[in-house]
Design a protein around this ligand. Structure first.
Ligand code: ZN
Length: 61
């Protein structure tokens, strides 16, 4: 970090890391969302695995 920069100390970078959803059956990250349902603050994605064809739901809290 450089001192003397007026931006340093004022704007802290905030990072939020979201893990990439993976297929519970084969572990693939090649997923296709075919339906997304928002219920309040929670979003449920109906997801299809492109590798093994498994259908499952990804819940975003
Ligand atoms: Zn799969």
């Amino acid at each position: 970090m450089q001192s003397g920069d007026p931006c340093v100390g004022r704007e802290q970078p905030n990072y939020v890391f979201c893990q990439r959803p993976r297929c519970p059956s084969c572990g693939s990250a090649r997923l296709q969302t075919y339906r997304s349902v928002a219920d309040g603050e929670v979003t449920t994605r109906h997801t299809l695995c492109k590798d093994c064809g498994e259908k499952f739901r990804v819940v975003l809290e």
